[in-house]
Design a protein around this ligand. Structure first.
Ligand SMILES: [Zn+2]
Length: 140
């Protein structure tokens, strides 16, 4: 039995199907709209840029509901810096530099805020606003 026969034999009329389809589609509309809004909010994300000797080593996405994790940067000469990201904040968690000023700096989270600087290691962490068009992209 094909689809037409099935419709004719059942109590479903063609218009019912149209109505059911419309209802189904409209029930998904809020999801779609919500999804678009979410994407729009993501456009205004921030990123933290880790630079050593002026070179970009890593870019961290900073999102309010983002994960907490650490990233360890180790230089060839044994210098190391452990960077902790928690949601939209970033800090120097641990390092073997002489002055520990970078650790004392604590969390930063605002775009354009004074960078975390580890001068003994020539290492900087800056927070910048990103356009969000592409993951890990930055505008200079
Ligand atoms: Zn330091």
């Amino acid at each position: 039995m094909d689809f037409k026969e099935f419709i004719q034999k059942s109590y479903i009329r063609p218009w019912d199907i149209v109505i059911i389809l419309l209802l189904t589609i409209s029930s998904f509309l809020p999801l779609v709209v919500f999804g678009i809004q979410n994407t729009a909010q993501d456009d205004a994300t921030k990123q933290a840029v880790l630079k050593v000797d002026g070179e970009v080593i890593k870019v961290f996405d900073l999102k309010e509901d983002g994960p907490t994790y650490t990233y360890r940067y180790e230089a060839a000469d044994g210098d190391y810096n452990v960077i902790e990201v928690s949601g939209d904040k970033i800090r120097m968690a641990e390092t073997n530099c002489g002055d520990q000023i970078c650790v004392q700096r604590g969390w930063i989270s605002k775009a354009g805020e004074t960078p975390i600087a580890c001068l003994p290691h020539n290492l900087f962490i800056t927070v910048e606003a990103s356009d969000g068009s592409e993951d890990g992209s930055l505008i200079y």
